[in-house]
Ligand binder design. Structure first.
Ligand code: B12
Ligand code: HEC
Length: 460
């Protein structure tokens, strides 16, 4: 079955606590509850589920209703908050009007807290009284097989003559470690996340690129190829790469390849760039992480973060071979990252005047104000990009300035944390006591990957 999961419009909501004007732009979150249900259904059954999120596009009811035409409305699940009940009722009515036979089930905080009220709403067929991950599976299977909904723990429903049947409660799971994670490759980065912190974490500059795809390119009319291309484009759109590699998000224009280049944007990549995306050229200097640490996106094999490594590799390798290239052609290509890569192997010199820690405990550096300060053991690796290369083994202490706070000036007293700053290492412990005679490596950055002072010194 195809299930439609709806995050209803919030145009009639009751504002309490936080005023509407203050909340603008704040209340747009990925609909996590629905994403869990989708993941649960798709990973554990043969059913499919689509999420229709009215909030992300700020839809009012008329547009929302029109959009329902794109969805299967046989089984519809709606998330309901109490403060948005009029919107929920309008959503139920709109679905019912399009498909009088739809099975409409309600879940989320409202039916959990006020089940009698929720099951009484006009047009509702069933409600879920707690976590929906298992309930939705039992419900959809029963509907699919034409079975009664009796006995599905955690579900109340109205039977054929409208009588409310209250099945027993479902035992609450205390251990959620089995949980299937939502598939975030189906949400676009630009919809739910911000590029502001991204642009402070990588060097950015615009660079022009063109995609010279021939008008009669066979890929343009190859449906199988196009389906894979759409899939991999969606993978890019769900990652922060769009912040610098798309025209409307990159502040002064895209950094080389960009998603709107086209008809086939991957043609805007040069051969090395394509090989980097495919993982044929190493790019760990940009950060390499496993799917578990990266919202389900692996970035340890391919340069492009992906939720399906073999599929991504197959597609990109296909493109490289189409260009007449092979793995061997890149055996001499240096790892990606240029200065980012070289920096990992930088060897520090002894500190000069105005660098190090003074006898009265002030950290001094040259080169201007700083956002990141490290004290490292003298022989540790150099810090790289977050989230995984920015805490090398041998870090003694690390100080960070929040991305939206001002950088700090040289002369900072060791261990002091001005507003907008934090001790990133060790976390939740006092700053380590430094003893006279300790040998240390001071590594100070203007911003991520922009070192201004890198030198070794001995504590006075
Ligand atoms: C994180 C959170 C926030 C965050 C993020 C909100 C967001 N939209 O993501 C912030 C701080 C911004 C916030 C703000 C508010 N929140 Co709040 N928040 C929570 C909190 C702590 C967790 C929600 C969450 O993400 N859960 C994790 C997801 C995975 O679970 P879930 O959504 O519940 O989904 C599961 C089940 O409910 C069920 N399910 C959900 N939908 C569906 C649909 C179907 C068809 C089915 C079958 C099952 C189902 O299955 C899901 C998977 O198991 C809850 C309390 C709680 N512990 O639940 C309060 C809670 C949701 N918040 C609440 C309130 C009142 C608010 C505010 C109105 C506060 C205010 N005065 O402004 C605003 C409203 C913001 C908004 N428009 O969403 C109330 C809602 C009460 C109610 N009766 O509706 C809650 C329940 C807290 C409470 N106990 O009072 N909140
Ligand atoms: C903060 C900005 C920024 C972000 C975010 C970003 N890049 Fe880039 N990228 C650049 C810049 C700048 C260049 C160099 C452009 C030039 O001078 O040609 C570049 C170049 C590249 C190239 C080389 C292009 C070529 O044709 O050789 C690849 C490949 C690449 N980026 C992949 C990625 C991937 C994958 C992501 C997401 C995981 C990403 N980038 C995110 C800024 C960014």
């Amino acid at each position: 079955m195809n299930v439609t999961l709806i995050n209803p419009p919030e145009k009639k909501r009751v504002w309490a606590g936080i005023s509407e004007s203050m909340a603008y732009g704040v209340y747009c979150f990925p609909p996590l509850g629905l994403m869990y249900l989708q993941a649960s259904l798709e990973k554990r059954t043969h059913h499919r589920a689509e999420i229709y999120d009215a909030i992300v596009d700020d839809l009012d009811h008329p547009e929302f209703d029109a959009g329902l035409a794109r969805y299967d409305l046989d089984v519809v699940g709606i998330s309901a908050y109490t403060h948005s009940l009029p919107d929920v009722q309008m959503t139920i009515n709109a679905v019912r009007k399009r498909n009088p036979k739809a099975h409409i089930t309600l879940g989320g905080p409202h039916p959990i807290m006020f089940p009698e009220y929720a099951i009484g709403l006009t047009g509702v067929d069933s409600i879920c009284l707690g976590d929906g991950d298992d309930v939705i599976i039992d419900l959809v299977n029963a509907l699919d097989e034409g079975r009664s909904l009796e006995g599905i723990a955690g579900l109340w429903f109205k039977d054929a003559d409208g009588t409310i049947v209250r099945n027993e409660k479902r035992r609450e799971l205390k251990d959620i470690s089995w949980q299937i994670w939502p598939d975030r490759s189906r949400s676009r980065y630009r919809d739910y996340a911000s590029c502001e912190p991204v642009l402070t974490q990588r060097p950015y500059w615009p660079a022009s690129a063109t995609a010279d795809t021939a008008p009669d390119d066979p890929r343009l009319s190859d449906a199988t190829w196009q389906a894979e291309f759409s899939w991999m484009t969606a993978q890019v759109e769900s990652s922060a790469c769009v912040c610098c590699h798309s025209t409307d998000l990159a502040p002064d224009g895209p950094s080389g390849w960009y998603l709107e280049a086209g008809p086939i944007w991957i043609d805007s990549l040069d051969d090395d760039g394509l090989a980097m995306l495919a993982g044929w050229v190493d790019s760990t200097a940009f950060g390499a992480f496993d799917a578990e640490d990266n919202n389900g996106f692996d970035r340890s094999t391919t340069g492009l973060p992906t939720t399906d490594v073999p599929r991504m590799q197959a597609f990109l390798e296909g493109e490289l071979r189409r260009r007449g290239l092979d793995l061997d052609d890149f055996s001499d290509t240096p790892p990606f990252g240029g200065p980012l890569y070289d920096q990992l192997f930088y060897t520090p010199e002894p500190c000069e005047a105005g660098q190090g820690i003074t006898a009265d405990g002030r950290i001094q550096w040259t080169g201007g104000d700083a956002r990141y300060i490290y004290l490292l053991e003298p022989d540790s690796m150099n810090p790289g990009v977050p989230p995984n290369l920015d805490l090398p083994a041998g870090t003694v202490w690390r100080f960070d300035v929040a991305w939206d706070a001002d950088p700090v000036a040289s002369g900072l007293p060791y261990g002091e944390l001005p507003p907008g700053t934090r001790q990133a290492f060790p976390e939740g412990e006092p700053a380590p006591v430094l003893q006279p005679g300790d040998a240390l490596y001071l590594y100070v950055l203007r911003d991520i990957y922009q070192p201004i002072t890198r030198c070794t010194f001995t504590m006075p």
